[in-house]
Design a protein around this ligand. Structure first.
Ligand SMILES: Nc1nc(-c2ccc(Cl)c(S(N)(=O)=O)c2)cs1
Ligand SMILES: [Zn+2]
Length: 262
C-alpha cells in the first residue's frame, strides 16, 4: 500500500515489509504534549480537586471480546462501564482495555516513575459521552493506567485473560472470554485514591493530544509466568515469526506541562 503502517521499534528491525517506527509516526506524534512520560514523583503538584474515582459497572461479570489487533491484546468494553469523579469534568464511558509489555520485566511499562519502568502497563480507555462537547477536546479521552510488577503469587483475577491469549496468537484473531469483571483485574478500590494526573496523548498513532491521563501509584502484581505469557503466546505477524513484545512507545518530553498528584 502507499502508506507504510506504523509499528514499534522491535518490528522495524525484524519486519519483512518496511513499517514506520516511533521516530517516523505521523499524525500528532511529533508534537509537544505527548505520552508516555517519566513522572518525577517529588515534582508532582498536590491538587485537592483530584478526589476519589467512582467506578460504575466495573464489578459486573461480563463475557467480552478479546482480540489480537497486531499491536496489543484488546478487550472490548460496554458503554455502561463508566467512571466519574477523579478530578474529571464529567462522566466517561469505557471503550476498551489493552496492555503494553516486555519480556524484560523492567521495560514493559510505557510510563516511568522516577526513571523506573515496570513489567507491564494496562490501559482502560474511556470516551467523554458524545454529548460532552467537541470530539477533539483535550480531555475527550480518559485513560486509567495501571503499572504491573512481578509478584510471588499468581493473580487469579487475570487467569481468564491469560488463558484467552492461547486462542489469539495471530493479528486479527479474536475470542470471547469467559465472564469476568474489571474489578477482578484491579487493585482493591480503597488503594486507588492515590494517582498522578497530566494532559497528554494516545501512545499510538495518530497520537491525538486529547487524553487526560491517570497513572495509579498502586501496582498490580502478576506472577512472572503470567507476565511472560503475553510475549510467548502472541505474535505481531501472520507467519508467527515475531513474538508480540516491547509494544512500548519511548518516553516523551514533559515540556512545559505539570504533573499533578491526588
Ligand atoms: N490499534 C491500537 N490502538 C490502541 C490505542 C487506542 C486508544 C488509546 Cl487511548 C491507546 S493508549 N495506549 O494511549 O491508551 C491505545 C492500542 S493498539
Ligand atoms: Zn495503551
Amino acid at each position: 500500500d502507499t502508506e507504510s503502517h506504523w509499528c514499534y521499534q522491535i518490528q522495524v528491525q525484524n519486519s519483512q515489509h518496511n513499517c514506520l517506527g516511533p521516530a517516523q509516526w505521523g499524525g500528532e506524534c511529533q508534537k509537544s504534549q505527548q505520552s508516555p512520560i517519566d513522572i518525577v514523583t517529588n515534582k508532582a503538584r498536590l491538587d485537592y480537586n483530584l478526589g476519589d474515582f467512582s467506578f460504575s459497572g466495573y464489578d459486573k461479570k461480563h463475557s467480552r471480546l478479546v482480540q489480537n489487533n497486531g499491536h496489543s491484546v484488546m478487550v472490548s468494553l460496554e458503554p455502561d462501564v463508566t467512571i466519574n469523579g477523579g478530578g474529571l469534568a464529567t462522566l466517561y464511558q469505557a471503550t476498551q482495555l489493552h496492555l503494553h509489555w516486555s519480556e524484560d520485566l523492567n521495560n514493559g511499562s510505557e510510563h516511568a516513575l522516577d526513571g523506573e519502568r515496570f513489567a507491564m502497563e494496562m490501559h482502560i480507555v474511556h470516551q467523554k459521552g458524545i454529548e460532552g462537547g467537541a470530539q477533539n477536546a483535550k480531555d475527550q479521552i480518559a485513560v486509567l493506567a495501571f503499572l504491573v510488577e512481578e509478584g510471588s503469587e499468581h493473580n487469579d483475577g487475570f487467569r481468564v485473560l491469560v488463558e484467552a491469549l492461547d486462542k489469539i496468537p495471530k493479528p486479527g484473531m479474536n475470542v470471547t472470554m469467559e465472564a469476568s469483571s474489571l474489578t477482578d483485574l484491579l487493585p482493591q478500590e480503597d488503594k486507588l485514591k492515590h494517582y498522578f494526573r497530566y494532559q497528554g496523548s494516545l501512545t499510538t498513532p495518530t497520537c491525538d493530544e486529547t487524553v487526560v491521563w491517570t497513572v495509579f501509584k498502586e501496582r498490580i502484581q502478576l506472577h512472572k509466568d503470567q507476565i511472560l505469557a503475553f510475549s510467548q503466546k502472541l505474535y505481531y505477524d501472520e507467519e508467527q515469526k515475531l513474538k508480540m513484545t516491547d509494544n512500548v512507545r519511548p518516553l516523551q518530553q514533559l515540556g512545559d506541562r505539570l504533573v499533578y498528584t491526588s
